[in-house]
Design a protein around this ligand. Structure first.
Ligand code: COA
Length: 688
């Protein structure tokens, strides 16, 4: 392997070049190399040094793959202090991201240059951590406490221009980083610029109101996540301690977080985000070109999909049944785009809208590279749409269905080109939600699957490959843990106790609040659909049917499991007699929040293990990603499979077996779970 840190000379200037692809992470060899380069600079006759990164960025931060393992010297905080301690000026020349440890190295330098397009930030809270190499102590000395709290608690970053405005960098330049770094160093030499240590700056002023406000905000926002509040504590340390003591205290807080399950969960999620789209069967397979997308159906889902495509710069032709419906779809999309402008996701609504056509004739799809149907969830309706698409689409075009549970193999049969058919299951609102389930049917051609993954990337979504079954990965697992919640109601828990316990676990909403939000008629219709094929041992929440009959459909009617004043609900006690009637003479028990969480999670994990065992999800990590991005599972818990590994599979299986004694049908252990327990392994062992 070539040297990860090179020492070069340009006249009186030393260039310290970090070359550790792909992201110049600060692994042990880079830290060692940087340390040695600073020593060499101290000893030779160069008058100023410039640290810069080779490739697409400055430094991507500490090497995350080293976290959780014993740390090896030189340690990053010592390296930053070593750079700062240098007796000749050191410049950091930043292009692309300078994140976490990368930003801390820059703060150790005496001068900072940022190229246009650079971003400086502290994303550590997204890994369950805080800056651990002086960042929380040096940044507030440069910028004051406000910007430091904002960045560190949120895990955010700023542009080069913003960094200049808040005093985080000294100059912004355009062009090529090496040349700009040399030019800046020359200017500094001409000005006889002295060594200027951030650590010598006075402690930033303490302001109780700023800290109180930040803590109140992040207690609410972080919802169970510990790192953002610790990040605020660390910034407060900077107002009270000298640099060395502050760095030691920051390090203590950092290591405390390093030991938490939250850190392990979030790092699991970080690597899963990248592994989920790496499918061995797609290696080397080129995706098809997609620039023009057809969308069939302009309801909430179709309009959302069209919006997502327009936001990604694609051309969209949306087909509706008549002009009125087409106009309505256009209005919905326009509203979505306006909202995107407000959220800063889009510069110009009209440029995006100019790429949209709303039509009523399928023949207008003749040039589309991909058509996605988002019509009513009914097999006959879908088959009709697919037959029409088959008749008009050009050869090589992809035919996608947005069904959330129907058999994609059967839909494909309605065409003469089943190799071109795939499921693209978006989540509502489709232009906001990150998850895309890519449902690969028996005959789907590999390059069609590759195209779906490429499209997801273009749309800024996380794609997960799923097999064909009722509900695919996410909705199939959802149906089971919802079933566990219904059973707990029959056994004595109230819907409000269940919601509270699930929120305390870290989900944004409990299952019954979620039902109210989505509309209780949706679950009702699903139960109707399944009525004919239902197993007699399935629990039917008759109280929920009763609620629908009374017109209590949730938020949209103002009454459901809660009674609403606006979005805020209070428990609707009028449902208790309906629940009592459903319980009949079934034995009742009390549930603690922990009991509720345990059952709910066990049901989720057991079904997920069946989903993996059946090959519907390729690996446990695909389930974790699905639940994180589509179902609000807290990122700091890593995902349900990661959670299961942390609590231990044998204990989980014991629980399931104990509940199976009274309800063997629902609590049938997943064969994969039994196998892993028998072999002393865990889900993580299957994450290839
Ligand atoms: N340590 C170890 N590996 C890292 C890493 C880090 N800090 N940052 C990225 N990687 C790895 C990724 O896992 C990926 O590996 P793979 O190709 O084997 O899957 C590879 O580097 C490329 O990363 P990717 O995220 O796909 O590249 P990108 O160009 O889209 O984004 C970054 C680059 C740096 C913006 C992005 O990787 C990132 O945000 N990294 C995390 C930064 C961070 O949190 N640093 C703080 C640590 S204290």
């Amino acid at each position: 392997m070539s040297d990860p840190v090179r020492y070069e000379r340009e006249g009186e200037i030393a260039l310290i070049v970090i070359a550790n692809p792909p992201v110049n992470a600060l692994g042990q060899a880079v830290r060692q190399g940087l340390w040695g380069a600073i020593d060499r600079f101290a000893q030779d006759d160069a008058r100023i040094a410039v640290i810069l990164g080779e490739g697409k960025l400055f430094l991507g931060g500490a090497d995350i793959s080293e976290f959780g393992k014993p740390m090896t010297e030189p340690f990053l905080p010592d390296l930053c202090t070593h750079i700062e301690g240098c007796t000749k000026p050191v410049v950091a020349a930043i292009h692309g991201p300078a994140l976490g440890g990368g930003c801390e190295v820059a703060l150790g330098a005496h001068y900072r240059l940022a190229m246009q397009g650079a971003r400086l930030g502290f994303p550590e809270v997204h890994l369950g951590l805080i800056p651990g190499a002086g960042g929380s102590q040096r940044m507030p000395r440069l910028t004051g406490i406000g910007p430091a709290i904002d960045m560190m608690a949120a895990g955010g970053s700023v542009t080069a221009e913003k960094a200049l405005a808040i005093g985080l960098v000294d100059r912004v330049a355009t062009g090529e980083v090496r040349a700009a770094g040399i030019a800046y160093a020359q200017d500094l030499l001409e000005d006889a610029a002295p060594v200027r240590r951030t650590g010598d700056l006075p402690r930033p002023a303490f302001d109780a109101a700023t800290f109180d406000e930040a803590r109140a905000l992040w207690t609410k926002k972080a919802r169970g996540e510990v790192a953002p509040l610790v990040a605020i504590d660390a910034v407060e340390v900077a107002t009270r301690m000298d640099l060395d003591a502050g760095i030691a205290e920051e390090r203590r807080l950092f290591f405390k977080l390093m030991e938490t399950p939250q850190r392990a969960g979030m790092i699991h999620a970080f690597f899963n985000d990248r592994r989920v789209s790496k499918l061995p069967e797609l290696a080397g397979i080129a995706p098809r070109e997609v620039s023009h997308v057809g969308v069939i159906g302009g309801g909430t889902m179709g309009a959302g999909i069209a919006t997502a495509c327009l936001l990604a710069g694609l051309t969209v032709t949306l087909v509706e049944r008549d002009d009125q419906a087409a106009d309505k779809a256009r209005a919905t999309i326009t509203g979505n785009l306006d909202a995107a402008v407000k959220r800063g996701k889009l510069d110009d609504r009209d440029t995006a809208l100019a790429r949209l056509r709303t039509v009523t004739d399928y023949a207008e799809l003749r040039d589309a590279d991909l058509a996605i149907e988002a019509v009513f969830e009914d097999m006959d309706v879908k088959k009709d749409v697919f037959a029409r698409l088959d008749a008009v689409l050009k050869p090589g075009a992809i035919l996608a269905t947005n069904t959330s549970y129907l058999d994609v193999n059967e839909i494909a049969q309605a065409t003469g080109r089943s190799g071109d058919v795939i499921g693209l299951h978006f989540f509502s609102p489709a232009h906001v939600m990150k998850l895309l389930e890519v449902v690969v049917a028996d005959a789907t051609a590999p390059d069609v699957t590759a195209t779906a993954f490429a499209l997801a990337k273009r749309l800024g979504k996380t794609a997960v490959k799923a097999g064909v079954c009722d509900g695919f990965i996410g909705n199939r697992i959802l149906a089971t843990y919802r079933g566990a919640a219904d059973r707990m109601i029959l056994d004595g828990a109230s819907p409000w106790e269940i919601d509270a316990a699930i929120k305390a676990f870290g989900l944004p909403m409990g299952p019954f609040e979620m039902g109210d939000l989505a509309g209780l008629d949706i679950g009702f219709l699903t139960r109707q659909r399944k009525a004919a094929t239902r197993d007699p041992r399935d629990v039917v929440p008759t109280w929920a049917d009763d609620m629908v009959h009374k017109g209590w459909l949730g938020q949209k009617t103002g009454t459901g499991y809660y009674v609403y004043e606006g979005r805020k609900g209070i428990p609707n006690e009028a449902i208790l007699p309906l629940i009592e009637a459903a319980r009949g003479d079934r034995p009742q028990q009390t549930f603690t929040p922990e009991d509720i969480q345990r059952r709910y999670m066990a049901a989720m994990v057991n079904e997920a293990a069946k989903v993996v065992g059946d090959g519907i999800a390729a690996r446990p990590l695909d389930v974790d990603v699905t639940l994180l991005y589509g179902y609000g599972f807290p990122r700091w818990r890593g995902g349900p499979m990661h959670w299961a590994d942390t609590v231990g599979l044998p204990a989980l299986l014991d629980d399931i077996k104990s509940w199976a004694q009274t309800d063997p049908y629902f609590w049938t252990p997943a064969p994969l779970l039994e196998q892993l327990v028998a072999e002393g392994r865990q889900f993580a062992d299957l994450n290839t």
